[in-house]
Design a binder for this molecule. Structure first.
Ligand code: FAD
Length: 540
């Protein structure tokens, strides 16, 4: 919330020139706290244990862990001559066990709240699902360690003679507690990054089943307290039910027009386009994503996130409005490969390399924390492969805001847009260039207001000359990878000299996003403090 509040206040303040000291403090905050990776360069590129969150999020996690460690360790008053627990040793084991047990329980609502798709805290803080997912994992790890200490503590306490260890196993609260601790530990083990990455559906189903088992075992574990500790269990159930209810509501509401999509697979570009008619109450926002369900086969629950690429409205014969939402999907191994194969098998071949099919499909959304780029003067998109969807949705929104600005409905301050796109073959570029960038390619009173440039870095097979016809004017073609650091520095220097507020939006492989982040940090460090960085990732 402090983060969101700071953004809001700085948004208000930015309308007037800020005093030099506040700007300097802002720049220091950006360069050393809110933007950089924790230690080194790496934050978007997953390591063996998953991603290491950027510094501000990592510091939040470190503070949380530190608070829990401190609360577990301080102010135990053990003394000889205690009338109830005779020895200090016995007292310490008992106090530590109780303290860690209560702390583990009090963390449960946070674990559930941070895992939900519909999490109000995302709107309040402006932090993404991926950030809350990191918090979810860390709170769960801390709570699990506390539960393990609690279990070990009570076992030792029992062995030391306070309870009868063998008789304890006959007590329901005892073995239910053991089950809860084991299930909690297994939940952590089976959430290890490689399992999530390579067997996502197995991870998901197991996670849900274990979470239910855990709540039930906890319920019976604390039943001896006559409901005193249920106050930590009910919020988990409530948050979970609330999230599921909202998800079903969104699914039904959005898809009622048809529960169908038009799917087109372009073999040369190895890309699927989905166009899904939805009810149009909400205005689509760039940078949002939707979960896509394929309504065939037995895996109906399976849903995968895809970023909105574009949208258009139309009116049906009965007068109702329909919003067509479009997505671009890169087929990989599981869900996306099944979708591609289905289109290839059942679809109608439009020309040699494009197949089209009407598929039963549903989407759930919108999700994500959208942001408005029209408040910046200069925008630099650094995009890798199918990350182009992020740029396309923003370009459409920018065009709309230019129109609104022309009609005096809204002010758009955008002067320069540079789109740097790295691809592994010409076909995807050709497809996007022909279908999605038409308005930007055609000179008009709108596009003339903006200096739009496109650098295409094709590291795959060279583009045939025919594909370049008419494209050269706004697109420069290179045959090497983009030099992300140099590009950002160059733009920052140029735009800073013109006192322009600049946004860098990056969506691509983790290493590309990490390079962009490091370059923005370096640019801010050099005094180009009017830069904001918007990383987008296709994993969490
Ligand atoms: C916010 C976001 C936006 C994305 N936008 C796009 C896009 O516009 N275009 C595009 O081509 N790709 C996009 N992706 C990536 C896309 O979702 C994955 O490539 C796709 O799910 C993997 O397909 P697969 O065939 O390999 O699936 P599988 O092999 O069946 O799944 C494996 C992978 O999918 C991920 N995954 C599956 N389901 C989910 C889920 N419900 N939530 C989170 N991750 C899941 C897992 O982490 C795992 O890595 C996006 C990802 C995210 C997180």
């Amino acid at each position: 919330m402090i983060n969101r509040g700071a953004h809001f206040i700085s948004g208000l303040l930015n309308r007037k020139p800020l005093p030099a000291t506040i700007r300097a403090a802002q720049a220091v905050m950006k360069a050393y706290i809110s933007l950089p990776a924790l230690f080194s360069h790496q934050t978007a590129e997953p390591g063996i244990c998953g991603i290491i969150p950027p510094r501000l999020q990592s510091l939040t996690v470190i503070c949380f862990v530190a608070i829990n460690v401190i609360l577990c360790c301080v102010r135990y008053q053990a003394f000889s001559g205690n009338l109830y627990w005779s020895t200090p040793q016995l007292q310490v084991w008992r106090y530590v066990s109780d303290r860690t047990g209560v702390l583990a329980m009090s963390n449960l609502p946070l674990i559930w709240a941070f895992a939900m798709r519909n999490n109000l805290l995302m709107s309040l803080t402006g932090w993404s699902f991926s950030t809350f997912n990191i918090f979810h994992r860390w709170v769960a790890r801390v709570a699990t360690i506390e539960a393990i200490v609690h279990s070990i503590g009570y076992t030792v306490f029992s062995f030391l003679g306070w309870y009868n260890y063998d008789a304890d196993w006959k007590e329901q609260y005892w073995w239910m507690g053991v089950i809860a601790t084991i299930v909690m530990s297994l939940l952590c083990v089976f959430s290890f990054y490689p399992i999530r990455r390579y067997t996502y559906e197995f991870f998901l189903l197991l996670h849900i089943a274990f979470a239910v088992l855990f709540l039930i075992s906890m319920w019976y574990h604390v039943a001896i307290f006559a409901g005193e500790y249920n106050v930590f269990i009910w919020p988990c159930v409530a948050v979970w039910c609330f999230d599921r209810a909202i998800r079903i509501g969104r699914l039904v509401f959005l898809n009622l027009p048809s529960f169908r999509a038009t799917a087109t697979y372009n073999q040369d570009a190895n890309s699927i386009r989905l166009t899904i008619p939805t009810r149009s109450l909400l205005r689509p926002r760039p940078g949002t994503y939707y979960y896509v369900y394929l309504l065939r086969g037995i895996k109906l629950w399976e849903s995968h996130p895809f970023t909105l690429a574009s949208w258009s409205s139309k009116q049906l014969a009965n007068g109702s409005n329909i919003q067509d939402l479009a997505f671009m999907v890169r087929p990989y191994n599981g869900f996306t490969a099944r979708l591609r194969d289905h289109i290839l098998q059942k679809g109608e071949e439009i020309n040699g390399h494009i197949s089209k099919l009407s598929v039963r499909m549903a989407i759930e959304g919108p999700y994500g924390t959208p942001y408005d780029l029209s408040k910046y003067s200069s925008i630099l998109f650094i995009i890798g492969g199918s990350g182009i969807t992020v740029a396309l949705s923003h370009l459409q929104a920018l065009l709309e805001s230019l129109k609104e600005s022309q009609n005096k409905e809204k002010h758009s301050g955008v002067h320069s847009i540079r789109l740097v796109w790295a691809i592994r073959g010409a076909a995807l570029f050709d497809d996007v260039f022909q279908q999605d960038l038409l308005e930007w390619r055609t000179p008009s009173s709108l596009t003339r207001q903006v200096d739009f440039r496109m650098d295409v870095h094709n590291t795959g097979a060279a583009m045939p000359a025919t594909q370049l016809n008419g494209q050269i004017e706004i697109a420069q073609i290179f045959s090497h990878r983009p030099r992300v650091h140099d590009l950002i520095m160059e733009c920052a220097e140029e735009w800073h000299a013109r006192h322009e507020k600049m946004a860098v939006v990056c969506c691509g492989p983790g290493t590309m996003v990490d390079d962009a982040r490091a370059a923005v940090v370096a640019a801010v460090g050099k005094g180009y403090d009017e830069i904001n960085f918007h990383p987008e990732m296709f994993h969490w």
